[in-house]
Design a binder for this molecule. Structure first.
Ligand code: GTP
Ligand code: SPV
Ligand code: MN
Length: 591
């Protein structure tokens, strides 16, 4: 497969540590994938779904103690604690290696070690990077075959280079007390033990493409971000690319695959998906910022996905998809809350128990048939609106960067930063209500800078500095920076803005601002649209309601500024002075 001495040496060490019964080199061929699917069914890791309705689709249930990322068990192990910063758990690398090796020692006994060579980004692209994951889980292998580009060609591209990321995954006993997701950015190494759930074990995703890659990007002068990438095509056929960072389960997949309202479709507006979760961005030869999606599939939130909210995502899941922790219907298909209004009779819930629709209570998550963080793993090539640029390694030029989150009050529907530095301030101060994507309380407002709180692989103060430096290099070619909030609620707690496809109305304003074609009102926090510039055609919303969600309430924002002040204290003297000055300006603007 490979003669790369650094790969072979590491694999020998891992074999000696883990003592597998067998070793299988994963090669990305259809034949091997078929064989692995068959084996996964035999082992009980997957159930084969109705192959007429859902060809190539399978169901998986995780251990109920293992359904989301575990931020309190995720570590950044740098030699100096201060380099991991105040927002990461830290442990001394030598101590952590020892602890993890003690946990993993002998854990592949009676099992097979799978060796997965994968490329993040189109194989051979100058923006792509290579990883090797070893795992004892066929489910992980089959997911990696969807989420990354796995092929023997990866070995050819790697050659004898040492520039690859080592990833060790072992399910061990799926013991939550011994669960660790650890990153050693100085050694390009990831170790994950005692989990079998998505973001904890598909090591190319959050572990490599964000935590390790953000560190690499800092050292090498590029950016790895928790961002979707979309192309907005106008009736003239011009495409403007937007990258948007929202925290987990806050709408990236939905925005990336948006279908414009009918009156805009008729005019010729379209959205093309480049990525739904991660963007790697570099300055191109023309001085603009270019982005690729390093992934090859979507690991999307199932609940709430339906033909109306996200038709393209639903279509993407109709073949060669793995469903995790959704409900299993009597007709051997799948169901989740929000798929449709027909609560299935005779279904099995995500825990594997019979599900009684009569006992279902929307307000009580414990009565759900599908876990709130249940997911689909779907190949990007299935997506009806996948961009032509997706498989090209050159990247797409980014016109606008958009931050956003779930804020019941406070942030208006959309506003634009005054400039890059002010945009970095807005990103650094972002907050959102927590979701089921990570273990822990749901609905609590927390600061989540650039949606990277759980994913930044180094000191967040240095990360802010890196953003400022990138802005200096980009100069007047820098993307414009915006903030959106689809989640403002009324007094009864209902979302005021219709969201989903109607978010296109906001994207159009954003692009018009980038093109210098739309007006705005300057407020204490930045530029807010003139209400008449958000097109409400065919929408059941009056101007007053729109004005309401565009308002910047000075009292609410004064409280916000005080909270940002508190949040900034964590970063000590690594907080760039420019951001401190931005906060002072905000306070001054608020009077
Ligand atoms: P991760 O994969 O965890 O990073 O999540 P994500 O950011 O891709 O979020 P996703 O698009 O999967 O949406 C998460 C949840 O938010 C789903 O239940 C959606 O139905 C809901 N959602 C997405 N967009 C909107 C919107 O515009 N308005 C409202 N009200 N809900 C939305
Ligand atoms: C997220 O939580 O942001 C996800 C899902 O995209 S996971 O892969 O579990 O991180
Ligand atoms: Mn995500």
């Amino acid at each position: 497969m490979t003669k790369n001495p650094t790969v072979l040496k590491w694999l020998e060490e891992m074999k000696a540590l883990l003592t597998p019964d067998n070793v299988v080199w994963v090669d990305g061929t259809d034949e091997q994938r078929e064989e692995l699917r068959r084996l996964a069914c035999e082992l009980g890791e997957l159930e084969k779904l109705d192959q007429d309705k859902l060809p190539g689709c399978y169901l998986h249930r995780t251990n109920p103690n293992d359904v989301a990322r575990v931020e309190d068990r995720t570590f950044i192990c740098t030699s100096k604690q201060e380099d991991a910063g105040p927002t990461n758990n830290w442990c001394d690398p030598q101590e952590m290696y020892k602890k993890l090796y003690d946990i993993a020692r002998g854990s592949y006994k009676g099992r097979t070690m799978y060796i997965i060579p994968y490329s993040m980004g189109p194989i051979g692209s100058p923006l792509a990077k290579i990883g090797v994951e070893i795992t004892d889980s066929v489910y992980v292998v089959l997911n990696m075959l969807i989420m990354t580009r796995v092929s023997n060609q990866v070995w050819d591209v790697l050659g004898d280079s040492d520039d690859w990321v080592r990833g060790l995954h072992s399910r061990c006993e799926v013991n939550p007390e011994k669960r660790y997701i650890c990153h050693f950015p100085e050694d390009n190494t990831i170790i994950s033990v005692n989990s079998g759930y998505g973001g904890n074990v598909l090591l190319g995703k959050k572990c490599f493409a964000l935590r390790i890659a953000s560190y690499q990007g800092w050292k090498e002068g590029w950016m790895a971000e928790h961002m979707l990438i979309l192309g907005l095509e106008n009736p003239k056929g011009e495409v403007h690319y937007i990258a948007a960072a929202f925290p987990s389960a806050c709408g990236k997949t939905n925005l990336a695959m948006l279908i414009p309202p009918e009156y805009l479709r008729k005019k010729g507006y379209k959205v093309w998906t480049v990525g739904d979760d991660i963007a790697w961005m570099r300055i191109g030869e023309d001085g603009r910022l270019y982005a690729i999606n390093p992934e090859n599939g979507f690991f999307g939130v199932a609940p709430g996905t339906n033909a109306h909210s996200n038709f393209n995502a639903l279509e993407s899941t109709k073949k060669n998809t793995i469903f995790t922790n959704v409900a299993h219907c009597a007709d051997n298909t799948v169901w989740w809350e929000g798929l449709n209004k027909d609560l299935p009779e005779g279904a099995i819930d995500w825990r594997g128990n019979p599900w009684d629709p009569a006992k279902f209570n929307k307000a009580d998550k414990s009565t759900c048939a599908a876990h709130p963080n249940s997911r689909f793993t779907a190949p990007a090539e299935n997506c009806p609106c996948i961009s032509d640029e997706f498989n090209k390694g050159a990247g797409v030029p980014i016109s606008a960067i958009v931050f956003g989150g779930r804020r019941a009050k406070c942030a208006p529907l959309v506003y634009q930063s005054r400039d890059w530095e002010n945009g970095v301030f807005i990103g650094s101060a972002m907050a959102s209500e927590t979701t089921a994507a990570a273990a822990g309380a749901v609905g609590v407002v927390r600061r989540d800078p650039m949606a990277m709180l759980p994913f930044c692989g180094y000191h967040m103060g240095d990360y802010f500095r890196h953003w400022l430096e990138m802005g200096k290099k980009l100069g007047d070619k820098a993307p414009k920076i915006f903030n959106v909030n689809w989640f403002r609620t009324d007094d009864e707690g209902n979302f005021v803005w219709p969201g989903f496809g109607d978010n296109m109305r906001v994207l159009n304003w954003i692009v018009a601002r980038c093109e210098g074609e739309a007006d705005a009102t300057e407020t204490a926090i930045g530029y807010v649209p003139k209400p008449e510039d958000i097109d409400l055609t065919d929408l059941d919303m009056d101007m007053d309601t729109l004005k309401d969600i565009l308002t910047v309430d000075k009292d609410v924002w004064a409280k916000e500024a005080a909270e940002i002040e508190e949040h900034y204290k964590k970063f000590g003297d690594r907080l760039p002075a420019e951001l401190r000055a931005q906060l002072d300006t905000l306070k001054k603007n608020l009077g």
